[in-house]
Design a protein around this ligand. Structure first.
Ligand code: NAD
Length: 355
């Protein structure tokens, strides 16, 4: 297969970790007989320095012309003083909305070898945790009409969803579940919210197209408790924008290792943008100590969701598991061990295991 990938290294540790993900992708291409071309794009602080804006029209167009985007991270203290509408983070919003990405996938995995990093008790996570939050990204209360009353003593934010918006993300959740344990939990507040009742009706209708996938429902207040009480209950957790914003952060926290968590933002076709959930970690940039695994796993998600290369995606994930099982750790997950490996060595250990 031929893949055209836009690379957005960004700021801070972004270039360090994207470099390792590219080496891993190149190794996969070599082993499995694919061809990858890359186009590097400026976004974030680096774009502010060169072009005075966090994202140029040309950069957005180049991203849109690719098959998929791999992003490191943007931002840092150097740009903290720039005005709000020119901040590096605006590049992310510009890419997400400019590329029409409505579906956010955030896996949260607790590897047995890193279980001690989790804030949860060992008994709660003894069987491991492997869940995927599927969050609607472009609708709901964050994008609804908002305002203040004339006297300024009241304010409102309107939550609105259409059947089409719900159906398209429900399909993404069911498709993702088919590649996993085939279990979708719709998280909502259907006892109170009319939008949630529309979500239930619509998602249960879409579920008929996926008879091999189990669908169940959970109120969001209960889901926030179950995530820390019994996280292994969840396989795919499907939810609207604001609930997903909150629950995906909660799900990340229970893993305890921010350098390991990948994410994907998708639209209806196969196009997607893939990035670690952590930031640009300016405190450790350019020192060869950042953990590249979140970005490497984001590249694996890219192979799975944008190119339908499941075997290749698994090869990367298995290589990461094997690196961890062999006790190879970057500093952030090494505990008190002084034998941490650097960013580049961690990348080398991963790609050495892709056969
Ligand atoms: P951060 O995620 O960059 O860092 C938080 C802590 O985690 C730091 O101690 C950092 O060293 C550590 N860390 C993060 N990623 C790591 C990795 N891969 N390996 C090892 N350690 C890692 O969050 P922050 O400090 O709040 O933000 C720093 C900058 O990043 C800010 O400018 C912020 O706006 C930006 N940011 C960008 C994104 C993004 O690009 N998606 C997301 C969050 C924050």
């Amino acid at each position: 297969m031929e893949m055209h990938i836009a690379l957005v290294p960004g700021d801070g540790i972004g270039p360090d970790i994207v470099r390792e993900a590219v080496r891993v992708l190149d190794r996969v291409a070599e082993v499995y007989g694919h061809s990858i071309t890359y186009k590097e794009i400026d976004a974030g602080g680096v774009s502010i320095d060169k072009h005075n804006v966090p994202l140029t029209e040309e950069a957005l167009a180049a991203a849109a012309a690719s098959d998929a985007v791999l992003l490191g991270a943007v931002g840092g203290p150097k740009w903290d003083h720039v005005p709000g509408n020119l901040r590096p983070e605006k590049a992310l919003l510009g890419l997400r909305s400019g590329l029409g990405l409505f579906c956010n996938l955030r896996p949260a995995v607790i590897y047995p070898e890193l279980a001690s990093a989790s804030p949860l008790k060992p008994s709660v996570i003894s069987d491991g945790v492997d869940l995927l939050v599927v969050r609607e990204l472009t609708g709901g209360i964050y994008f609804g009409e908002k305002g203040r009353s004339d006297d300024g003593n009241a304010a409102y934010d309107i939550m609105r969803y259409s059947v089409d918006e719900i159906s398209r993300i429900a399909r993404k959740a069911f498709e993702a579940a088919r590649l996993r344990r085939k279990h979708v939990t719709l998280v909502d507040k259907a006892n109170v919210l009319e939008t949630s009742r529309l979500w239930r009706e619509t998602v249960s209708r879409v579920a008929e197209e996926y008879p091999d996938v189990t669908l169940d429902y959970m109120y969001v207040d209960n889901a926030s408790m179950q995530l820390v009480r019994d996280p292994k209950h969840f396989d795919v957790l499907l939810t609207e924008n604001m609930f997903g914003d909150i629950l995906s952060d909660e799900a990340s926290m229970i893993t305890g290792s921010i350098g390991m968590l990948a994410s994907a933002s998708l639209r209806d076709d196969s196009f997607g943008m893939y990035e670690p959930i952590h930031g640009s970690a300016p405190d450790i940039a350019g020192q060869d100590i950042a953990n590249p695994i979140a970005t490497v796993l984001s590249a694996a998600m890219m192979l799975r969701y944008s190119f339908s290369l499941e075997k290749e995606a698994r090869a990367i994930e298995d290589a990461v598991s094997s690196v961890l099982a062999d006790g190879i750790r970057t500093k952030d997950i090494a505990g008190d061990s002084s034998a941490a490996v650097g960013t580049h060595e961690c990348g080398s250990e991963i790609l050495r295991r892709i056969k």
